[in-house]
Design a protein around this ligand. Sequence first.
Ligand SMILES: [Zn+2]
Length: 307
Amino acid sequence: MDKYVLGMDVGGTHTRLGLVALDCSLTDFEIVKTEELQKSEDTVGSFIRVIREYLQRHAAGKEISAVSAGFPSTLDRDRRTVLSTPNIRGFNNIAIVDRLEEEFGIPAFIETDVDMLLLYDMFEHQIPAEGITCGFYFGTGLGNAVVIDGRLLIGKTGAAAELGHIPVRGLHGACGCGNTSCIEMIASGYHLKDLCVEKFPGVEIGEVFAKCRDQEEIHGFIDDLALAAATEINILDPDHIVIGGGLVYMEGFPRHELEEDIYKYARKPYPARELQYIYSRQGQENGVIGAGILAYKRLEELRKEGR
Ligand SMILES: [Zn+2]
């Protein structure tokens, strides 16, 4: 029987599912509305129903070894509980792994969505596991993931690599995390949308780089993205830097300007002199395949531990 893992990528609007084989090939890719996961008070119950229905459609004659899901959330250190998901109702403090394992009788794994994306990008671009790889995902929020010698940086409580929440002085308002001075408040798609409404009326957010990239406000915005990235680069001096996210894929996104701004903030002569960038390729499936890659890594670890 062919062996697969079920990979999932839970997003603010859409949730993507697919079966990932050991060679990282993807089949039976589907997109469902994330609302489907929120139809009852019991979010995990709805989550389980969506998975069960998906498996009924696609899993006949296949062996599914694990379920693996990426969330736009903070997770506990053991990666068994989703702690906080500011942008999706119902995904706070849920011990989802226990319920999934109980329901399906196979190992279940969760990770942050950006961790899954970085695992995918490292596979896609054949980035070696050794050394330090930093992923910056400039999307609706400011996503960040770090891999050190093949291991995702998790931290003492599970909250490492929250680059979007480094503090900067002089901001007004509140971040989704509850603090009031996070760089994500100015270096994210949320902020770009506000900027667009306020400064460029009549311009759709999707065309803001194509039409307004020479405007002072956009130069400032790119500078803020660079400020965040350079902060981490100066701390970690990474071997590889991956840049992705919805903003970067927009028409006219000024990649060269972003790189120049990062250079400006990077410590001289190093790491500034050695900066090189790998741009993530846009794809709906990336997070699902990344979830599959994570599951195979974890299954291998369980096998080595003899469990
Ligand atoms: Zn914050």
